[in-house]
Design a protein around this ligand. Structure first.
Ligand code: DGL
Length: 279
């Protein structure tokens, strides 16, 4: 890591691609005063089908890049990275780097929220193969709500539909309908479906179309944002180390033009500044 250690900086928000924008948007609505750096590793997305080791290494490189740009706090706005890399980074890498920087994920805040949303206590998880295979949601749910039955279905194509601009195409319907039917067939008592991948809200229109009436869809942005608000409320020292001029800059490992074009469709606003970086 950079030898010049910054003591104040932006909040870093990282995802394998565009999905983390759904988290960033909600965070900025709740906490507009802070500065943000968003990093999308679009050139290497999707992460979902990759091995533990690869996801961990890619995520570590991304966190390091954000720390090198002064970030004091990084949100892994990616379930796959949260499931596969967060714990190792928190336990092994943060102490190695020293100092007080922090990395937080998206799974815990989502699980915390779900307990109050389901009535049947049967919950479905739609996520990447990496997140489903990690068993992280089961683990967190068991710690908080032992009575909830979780049914998980991996949706291997969904991230690619977003990353390759097919989110609105008729072809997307096939893959989306198929997975929702699978989960509802496996457990017809499911009344709450966690969209356990930050890319999935970008497919919301089609997901909603195939979800049975009465089943609640749970995108994560709102819960992650609320959790960050309370984290900063409870961590005075970290709050003081996050700068507050209200800026948001974007980094991508893909071309600036491709990123800016697609990201502004999802954010519904023009991007102030985009830079291509190598990880
Ligand atoms: N947005 C990431 C997630 O929440 C997608 C991971 C991927 O690239 O497959 O899991």
């Amino acid at each position: 890591m950079n030898s010049e250690v910054a003591t104040k900086g932006s909040i870093g928000v990282f995802d394998s691609g565009y999905g983390g924008l759904t988290i960033l948007r909600q965070i900025r609505q709740h906490l507009p005063q802070y500065d943000y750096i968003y990093l999308g590793d679009n050139a290497r997305a999707p992460y979902g089908p990759r091995s533990f080791e690869v996801i961990y290494n890619y995520t570590l490189q991304a966190v390091e890049a954000l720390f090198n740009r002064g970030c004091q706090l990084v949100i892994l706005a990616c379930n796959t990275a949260s499931a596969k890399a967060l714990r190792s980074i928190q336990e092994c890498d943060l102490p190695r780097w020293g100092g007080d920087r922090r990395v937080l994920g998206v799974i815990r805040p989502t699980v915390e929220a779900v307990g109050a949303l389901t009535r049947s206590r049967h919950v479905g998880l739609l996520a990447t193969p990496g997140t489903v295979g990690s068993g992280s949601y089961e683990l967190e749910l068991r710690k908080l709500y032992g009575d909830i039955v979780l049914t998980s279905v991996a949706c291997p194509m969904w991230v690619a539909l977003v990353e390759y601009g097919e989110f609105d195409s008729p072809g997307a319907d096939y893959f989306i309908q198929k997975r929702i039917e699978t989960i509802m067939r496996t457990d017809p008592e499911v009344d709450t479906l966690i969209l356990g991948c930050t890319h999935f809200p970008l497919l919301m229109e089609k997901i909603a179309k195939y979800t049975p009436t009465g089943v609640r869809l749970v995108p994560q942005g709102e819960y992650v944002a609320q959790s960050l608000v309370s984290y900063l409320d409870n961590h005075e020292a970290m709050r003081a180390r996050c700068t507050t001029t209200g800026t948001c800059t974007y980094l991508t490992t893909e071309s600036v033009e491709t990123f800016a074009h697609t990201a502004q469709i999802f954010l519904r606003e023009a991007l102030q500044s985009v830079e291509k970086i190598e990880l």
